[in-house]
Ligand binder design. Structure first.
Ligand SMILES: Cc1ncc(COP(=O)(O)O)c(C=O)c1O
Length: 367
């Protein structure tokens, strides 16, 4: 090709998403496939949201509200924050990209854990900046080492809490010890995509921290606990000044009509979200108990997925599970060979998954 592609784009690796259900059906010639690979909500979506979506089909010819007014009003009332502290985008994925566009110049640095959500890395590279990756310590974020890596070139520091793919959190105490050491000209991103699932009382209250750290950005999403992954709606909370810059870059109509209306209704349906939280907690405990009984190490999770050690090569385990209609994330794709990440499914799916995992390990170890 004679057209010139930017060097930064050439450096990018293609994002490997969880395998889609239809692809596995085609590849393995099976009819029933369960996807426990992308941390989606096995309970689906609030019925109130579903009903509302059907009522909107006659409004598709109109552009959505580029300011997402109704959503910002609903969220600001709920969280008791100023409406101008909220920005919205087509998934928090797209907002990670915008944060990099707003703050990263060529040769800047952004600090992230070595094993975390891969979009901090790819969007940093896209801007011509350098990802500085800090190893985990005992499978946990090493906050001290992340802070020690700060240089004059550092512009962003990414904290994923709970961290994907490990599912673990860092506590308010752990965070407080390092926050005060971060210079005020560095953006602190708190990616809280899974915060609704957290049950630990030691989880940091980032909204409260925002009052002392105007250089902080909180990211959340409707893709996980609210069960709206297909609609693409993520949002951020930050100082009015940061939000103003973010809004100059975010595409005007990034958040579609369905997503905006769904998000408002989802926020209102407290019964649904409470059911999701309780269900996830119970099933997380169930899976952890099963893993203990199978004598498999796992990382204690505060999210809707668990990282479990399969005591050897994870590739044959992944393949066995695929052949039997279960899609999970193999650790070799996540920088953690011999582990797999499984999304917490329905009770029946979790029972079946444990049976298959047992069989998969047995089959691998026979060879
Ligand atoms: C930690 C984390 N942040 C952000 C995202 C992006 O979510 P979405 O773009 O669906 O809001 C994900 C998705 O898996 C994630 O795990």
């Amino acid at each position: 090709m004679e057209c010139k592609v930017r060097e930064e784009v050439k450096k990018l690796e293609k994002y490997v998403a969880g395998k889609p259900i239809d692809e596995v059906k085609r590849e393995f010639g099976i009819d029933e496939v369960v996807k426990l690979a992308s941390n989606e909500n096995p309970l689906g979506t609030s019925n109130k949201v579903k009903k509302l979506m059907l009522e909107l089909v006659n409004e598709m010819n109109m552009y959505p509200d580029s300011a997402s007014y109704d959503f910002k009003k609903a969220l600001s009332d709920k969280l008791k924050i100023n409406r101008d502290m909220i920005f919205c985008g087509a998934g928090s994925d797209s907002l990670i990209n915008v944060i990099c566009e707003v703050f990263l110049d060529k040769d800047d640095e952004s600090i992230m854990p070595e094993i975390t959500f891969p979009r901090y890395d790819s969007n940093t590279v896209l801007m011509g900046a350098k990802p500085v990756k800090i190893s985990l310590k005992n499978n946990r974020l090493d906050l001290e080492m992340m802070i020690n890596a700060i240089t004059d070139k550092t512009k962003i520091i990414w904290f994923c809490n709970p961290n994907n793919p490990t599912g673990d959190i860092f506590t308010a105490d752990e965070l407080n010890k390092v926050l005060c050491k971060i210079p005020k000209n560095i953006v602190i991103v708190m990616d809280e995509a899974y915060y609704e699932y957290v049950t630990s009382e030691d989880y940091p209250n980032s909204l409260e921290l925002l009052k002392s750290y105007p250089n902080m950005i909180i990211l959340r999403t409707f893709s996980k606990a609210y069960g709206l992954a297909a609609l693409r709606f993520g949002y951020g909370i930050a100082s009015e000044e940061i939000v103003d810059y973010m809004n100059r870059v975010i595409n005007a109509f990034d958040v579609n009509l369905f997503a905006q209306k769904a998000a408002v209704a989802a926020l209102e349906d407290e019964d649904f979200i409470n059911k999701v939280k309780l269900f996830n907690k119970k099933q997380r405990e169930y899976l952890e108990k099963q893993f203990s009984e199978m004598e498999l190490n796992y990382i204690k999770s505060q999210a809707n997925f668990i990282m479990v050690n399969v005591k050897g090569d994870d590739k044959p385990i992944h393949e066995y599970l695929l052949r039997h209609g279960y899609i999970i994330r193999p650790g070799y794709l996540l920088g953690m060979p011999s582990w797999i990440r499984v999304t917490i499914g329905t009770q029946e799916q979790n029972i079946e998954f444990c049976k298959l995992l047992n069989n998969a390990i047995e089959e691998r170890d026979k060879k």
